[in-house]
Design a protein. Sequence first.
Length: 150
Amino acid sequence: MPFDPQDPEFEARVRASFARQRMMQTIGAVLERVAPGEVDIRVPFRDEISQHHGFVHAGAITTAVDTACGYAALSLMPPGTGVLSIEFKVSLLSPGKGDAILARGRVVKPGRNVSFCQGEVFAVDGGAEKLVATMSATMMTVRGRPDVVD
């Protein structure tokens, strides 16, 4: 379902906030796509984000999809607000192995104070995508806190 963003500058706002995210820099994440209520983040495979069997670590997978869901929610929030995760559940379905992982966050139900999102993470190998994780997430709109404005 298409959503109308409350901020006409939503894409620039999401991209600027993403650029300040040190965790995204740490895992090598790239913001690929921003649309109203939708964000895609790619994380190239590197040994530094793998676990002991050589798969992408569950923490890196969760970090990427949580961020994708958060920015998907932020894309629909009014200017001068921020976003914080308040709850999520991740289901790891298959090991993440390949050239990269692709985390896709989507808003299911936006709200004034709370938005519900779903995320999917795919292992990308030679262009083929394999679903490796899903997320259900609740995101909070933060108002009146100058230290939490995206």
